[in-house]
Unconditional design. Structure first.
Length: 185
């Protein structure tokens, strides 16, 4: 896994919980935590950090990974505005993953192993996303989609009728988007 993922995790943990919390997670995971963005690190490092956070917070690991995805998306939008600015809603943004975003990720981070997506756009009121990755981090994908919906001022409901973590051949995320309701203040 590329170090940029660990850098993002460190940033969201320290921003929301402080540097001491990041240090405690590293200690609990028995990791040094010296990650360079272009470096490659064992997937097990992320698994150990997620396990340490899940234990500390008494939450399921997939909930931690989903939170990480949602929390990391604003940082990605800030760093890579060219990916986000052409779109006004989440759906067309998500549809750029295979053809625009992931090829650029591979240029920026040589050797990056990104998931493969397929899309069913046949219904106007939903987007069906197929996800396949040896890492089985569909929860991270869900969090990124939720973060993208936040970015575009939308709400998203995600159902997952198939999941590699439950033994299916691939994950399927059924996403329904709608504009967020304006608060009445």
């Amino acid at each position: 896994m590329k170090g940029v993922v660990f850098n993002l995790l460190q940033e969201v943990v320290t921003a929301q919980y402080g540097e001491a919390t990041w240090d405690r997670l590293l200690d609990a995971a028995q990791l040094e935590g010296a990650y360079t963005s272009l470096g490659s690190y064992p997937d097990a490092d992320l698994e150990q950090l997620v396990e340490a956070a899940a234990t500390a917070l008494n939450l399921p690991g997939d909930q931690i990974v989903r939170w990480f995805g949602r929390s990391a998306l604003p940082l990605l939008a800030e760093r890579y505005p060219a990916f986000f600015e052409p779109h006004t809603t989440t759906r067309p943004f998500v549809l750029t993953l295979n053809e625009i975003i992931h090829p650029e990720v591979r240029k920026l981070y040589p050797g990056a192993d990104v998931p493969v997506f397929d899309f069913d756009t046949s219904a106007d009121d939903r987007l069906v996303i197929g996800y396949k990755s040896a890492r089985k981090l569909c929860a991270f994908g869900e969090g990124l989609i939720e973060g993208a919906a936040d970015h575009y001022g939308e709400q998203v409901v995600i159902e997952q009728p198939q999941c590699m973590n439950r033994g299916d051949a691939r994950c399927v995320l059924v996403c329904s988007f709608q504009r967020a309701q304006a608060s009445m203040s």
